[in-house]
Each structure stands twice: as structure tokens, then as C-alpha cells.
Design a protein around this ligand. Structure first.
Ligand code: KG4
Ligand code: ZN
Length: 340
């Protein structure tokens, strides 16, 4: 076996999706995701329920991934798993499972940083004709993080900006809840925004230094605006939901793009990528593509299946680490606040 053609079994369990994937080199053979619908009625992820659901899902998800990939478990050359960041109780399930399997199969174990993996999803075969050339800037926007990352090589990544409070996805989800939408609200806001008028409502935009972001002020400004408006008309939200979604989405997209433009200009880098669950947002994808015309950017947006949490991105990161023989021991522990 050539090192760059290894068969990697990847496990992702950082939050509320249990996922397993099989990769052969850069190629994804299967990518199975079990979403946990149990959280919907609570309006957010309940860590204890997430951990229990991972325990229930992990074996069937791995079995399905092997079956879909027409791969026997004996063909697996290494196991890559999410070490962090994420919910401790969720991470521990994937970590314990991966360690046990690596011992049973006698294959190396590879620990993966979830946020690096979101970025490296751009290198999965078939995602782009050509993957982004180094250096590039990646805006990683998810439910737990909002990071502007300067990517100089597969593992030389520097966070040059991040949120000082809520993540962009968190802002989408919390505001969606105020608008009476289910969890996760981001995709629902996106859908309704497409029928709404983004210029109808103006909400505050935080002024934060450098390439950092803040979204908690937007959430508060929507909250107070809705309180006042509902006092005057108790059906205000029902009557204006699409326009409210469009206005909120436009606000978040504009803030994200302003900082991205600044980083691109300051670093003189025109290769711009996006990653993470919020990069599935149609408004954000459109805004980035527009910069291809207006600013001559070379833009990279992953397909939606590789924007939200998935094990294929853990697998591609495992692939690059396998080539470098960057393996980990059984003693390493998952880290909720893992940095890179
Ligand atoms: O990366 P991800 O799947 O999980 C984390 O690592 O957090 O991101 C999930 C986040 C959620 O906040 C979800 O509402 C948001 O991504 N999201 C979206 C869209 N699809 C997912 N936000 C806005 N528009 C979307 N289309
Ligand atoms: Zn994620």
C-alpha cells in the first residue's frame, strides 16, 4: 500500500451528529450521518442526550459506512477521529470507540481538530477542480465557532480573527428561536429569507476591532425590536417572518463579508474559502461568489454535504496526517476547547 492511498475510517462525534466515513486517499467511499432529532423540541443541543445518542448510533453508522463503501473492516489502514473542539460527553464517545477499534484492528490512531477538518474538506477529491492554492483565507462559520483563518499549508493555520461572543450559527439559531422557528434555525431562516425583503428592517451591527466579530448585539436588538412590535401587534412575527429572516440574514452576511474583504486586502490574498455549517447559507454563498466578479477573488465553497458536520472532512485530515505518520497514542484525551 502506498501511504497516499491508505484506507481511513473516520469518526465524527463533536456535537449532535454521529458520522462515519471511509476514504481511500483523497476519495470519499462513503459518508454516513445520523442526525439527532431528539434535540429539536428543546430548541438547542442537550449535551447529555447528545452523548447518549452517539452511543446508540455509532456502531450502526460505522457498519453502514463500511457497507456503503464495499469495504471490509480488515482493509482499514488507520482510524481518524475528532479530538475536539466540541461537547466533552459527545467527543468521548467517538474517542473511546476509535481507540477500542484501533486496538482491536491493530491499526494507527489519528486525532483530528474539527475546525481544521472543516477547512481541509476543500481537499476532498471532486470538491473543486483544483483545491485552493496556499496561502488562502478561510472563513469558518459554524454553530460553535466563527473564525477567519490564514491557511499557509495543510497544517500551518493561523486564526487571525474570531467572534468575541456568539458564533454566526449560534446567532442564526437563537434569532430563529425568537422568530418561533425550530432548532437548528439557520437553514429555516435561510429558506424564509429567500421569499423576504432584506431592506425591510435594519438591525444593529457591532463595531469590533481587527478581523473579530460580535453577534450577541444583533440578537439583543432583534429581541427588543420584537418585544416592542408584538406589544403593538401580537401577530407581528407571523405577518413579517420572511422579511425578518431576510433582514437578519443580510445583516450577518454583510458583517462577515466586510471583515473578509478587509483581511483579503490587508494580506493581499485573493484565494478565499468558506467552511462550516453556516457556509451552507445561500445568502453567504451568493455574497462570496459576487466577489469573484467585483474583487476578482478566487472563491471556494464546499458542497452543502461537506459544510455541515460530517466524517469525510475528518477522513481527509486523517489522510494528510497518515502521509506524515502523525499518529497518536491511546492516552490522548478529547479536548472541548482544542486549539490549533
Ligand atoms: O458546522 P456545523 O454543522 O456544526 C458545528 O460544528 O457547529 O454548523 C451548524 C450550524 C448551526 O448553527 C446551523 O443553524 C448552521 O450551521 N447552518 C446554517 C445553514 N445550514 C446550517 N445557517 C444558516 N444558513 C444555513 N443554510
Ligand atoms: Zn462543525
Amino acid at each position: 500500500m502506498n501511504n497516499s492511498d491508505a484506507c481511513i475510517l473516520a469518526i465524527e462525534s463533536s456535537c449532535d451528529d454521529t458520522s462515519a466515513a471511509l476514504l481511500k486517499g483523497h476519495r470519499v467511499l462513503s459518508n454516513v450521518i445520523a442526525n439527532q432529532l431528539v434535540h429539536q423540541k428543546y430548541g438547542g443541543v442537550i449535551p447529555e442526550l447528545a452523548s447518549r445518542s452517539h452511543q446508540k448510533n455509532i456502531l450502526p453508522v460505522v457498519e453502514t459506512a463500511l457497507k456503503d463503501a464495499h469495504t471490509d473492516i480488515s482493509e482499514v489502514d488507520a482510524i481518524a477521529y475528532t479530538q475536539g473542539p466540541g461537547l466533552p460527553g459527545s467527543l468521548i464517545v467517538g474517542s473511546a470507540f476509535s481507540k477500542s477499534l484501533s486496538m482491536a484492528l491493530n491499526v494507527p490512531l489519528i486525532e483530528v481538530n474539527h475546525m481544521q477538518a472543516h477547512i481541509l474538506a476543500h481537499f476532498i477529491e471532486g470538491v473543486h477542480q483544483e483545491p485552493p492554492a496556499f496561502p488562502f483565507i478561510c472563513l469558518t462559520v459554524s454553530g460553535g465557532h466563527t473564525q477567519m483563518v490564514l491557511v499557509k499549508s495543510h497544517f500551518d493555520m493561523k486564526i487571525i480573527g474570531s467572534t468575541i461572543d456568539d458564533a454566526a450559527g449560534e446567532a442564526f439559531d437563537k434569532i430563529a428561536k425568537l422568530l418561533g422557528l425550530d432548532y437548528p434555525g439557520g437553514p429555516l431562516v435561510d429558506k424564509l429569507a429567500q421569499e423576504g425583503d432584506a431592506s425591510r428592517f435594519e438591525f444593529s451591527k457591532a463595531k469590533v476591532d481587527g478581523y473579530n466579530y460580535s453577534f450577541s448585539g444583533l440578537k439583543t436588538s432583534v429581541l427588543y425590536f420584537l418585544k416592542k412590535s408584538i406589544e403593538e401587534d401580537h401577530l407581528f412575527v407571523e405577518k413579517n417572518r420572511s422579511d425578518l429572516c431576510a433582514s437578519v440574514q443580510a445583516n450577518i452576511v454583510e458583517v462577515l463579508m466586510q471583515k473578509l474583504e478587509k483581511a483579503s486586502f490587508d494580506h493581499d490574498i485573493d484565494n478565499i474559502a468558506m467552511a462550516g455549517g453556516v457556509s451552507a447559507n445561500s445568502g453567504l454563498r451568493k455574497a462570496l461568489l459576487q466577489r469573484q466578479e467585483t474583487l476578482n477573488w478566487k472563491t471556494y465553497v464546499p458542497p452543502i454535504a461537506y459544510c455541515t458536520d460530517n466524517a469525510a472532512m475528518i477522513g481527509i485530515t486523517g489522510h494528510f496526517k497518515f502521509i506524515e505518520a502523525s499518529f497518536s497514542g491511546l492516552g490522548s484525551i478529547p479536548s472541548a476547547r482544542l486549539k490549533f
